[in-house]
Design a protein around this ligand. Structure first.
Ligand SMILES: [Fe+2]
Length: 328
């Protein structure tokens, strides 16, 4: 199992909002949004390859492909998930075991069992993470070369008590855009998912940078810098001409989602879990991805060396931290 390393600026990516209230009243977020996305309004042409998928992503911001993997490959991935989760019981939880993210929404996670694992298992890596179509399509949408591994997870969610209506206590349950520029997340349903077990929800077309979207971005940036509220209502989406839809599918349904578009986690009305394998390509916006060049010319070699030396420094710092902690 691997862990995302915190190497400061190397792994940072532009956030949803930035700057204070005054800056955003003056239009900073609008300028930022245009700067981050105007040069990638359309997918990069792949010489006719994956044309149909790219066309759907251009129009809708999401493409859904049922029965994606051959049955034996899907079974291998599912088996890896089952092995990794063999010792975990969704009913077994205490506040002390919550991670920091879960501690921010205690009431929600007391009711919604959640566990995610970062797998480096062979089938997950070979068939899913290294899938050529996914990589090429992602690269085309975000206009970046893929030089880093995406964040990757198995993600289990289940309501322990569907009568307890807690879904609205978590930001993931409200329509939101992850960032104001094209960014790709890929989901593979490992079990059958519909409206009753929190199917992913997406407002098709809402990934587009239109004048109305820019005006909404302005309003939201001012609202966020005023009171930290980053939720968008369905009515606000409807005013833009968009409507949230449940993305339901049987096990082995894959979808590629441009999360500049508005999306959210659905609501649980049963105890059926929602189990997914996920790839998150946000780190394509990081300096690590820019500097991690594949070539053998002098610039590529120097930039790779720079990344390596920063990583080594961080590793040494972390080691020193661990030994200091052990002393106290
Ligand atoms: Fe999101």
């Amino acid at each position: 199992m691997s862990k995302v390393q915190d190497t400061g600026f190397l792994d940072k990516t532009p956030s949803l909002y930035s700057g204070g209230l005054l800056l955003n009243i003056l239009g900073f977020h609008v300028i930022r949004t245009i700067f981050l996305s105007a040069w990638r309004l359309k997918p990069k042409n792949l010489n006719g390859r994956y044309k149909e998928i790219l066309e759907i992503l251009k129009q809708d911001g999401i493409v859904v492909i049922p029965d994606f993997f051959p049955r034996d490959q899907f079974d291998e991935i599912k088996k890896e998930y089952e092995n990794l989760y063999a010792d975990w019981k969704p009913s077994d939880f205490t506040y002390e075991k919550f991670n920091n993210r879960q501690k921010k929404f205690p009431e929600y996670f007391e009711t919604i069992a959640e566990r995610f694992v970062t797998p480096d298992t062979p089938a997950f890596v070979k068939y899913f993470m290294n899938n050529e179509m996914i990589r090429e399509v992602t690269s085309s949408i975000v206009h970046r070369r893929i030089r880093t591994r995406p964040y990757h997870h198995f993600w289990f969610l289940q309501s322990r008590n569907p009568d307890k209506k807690v879904d609205r206590l978590h930001i993931a349950s409200f329509p939101h855009a992850d960032v104001p520029y094209p960014t790709i997340k890929v989901f593979l349903y490992l079990n059958d998912v519909d409206e009753s077990n929190a199917a992913y929800t997406y407002a098709k077309g809402s990934h587009k940078l239109t004048l109305k979207r820019i005006m909404l971005e302005y309003k939201l940036s001012v609202r966020y810098s005023r009171n930290g509220d980053d939720k968008v209502t369905e009515e606000e989406l409807n005013l833009l001409g968009y409507r949230s839809e449940h993305i339901c599918g049987k096990a082995n349904t894959l979808f590629i989602s441009n999360n500049m578009g508005y999306h959210n986690r659905g609501i649980f009305s049963t105890t059926m879990p929602r189990i997914t394998a996920q790839l998150d390509y946000r780190n394509l916006e990081s300096w690590r991805n820019t500097l991690n060049r594949g070539g053998s010319n002098i610039i590529s070699r120097l930039s790779k060396k720079f990344v390596k030396s920063l990583d080594n420094k961080t590793r040494l710092k972390n080691l020193a931290g661990i030994s200091n902690n052990n002393m106290s």
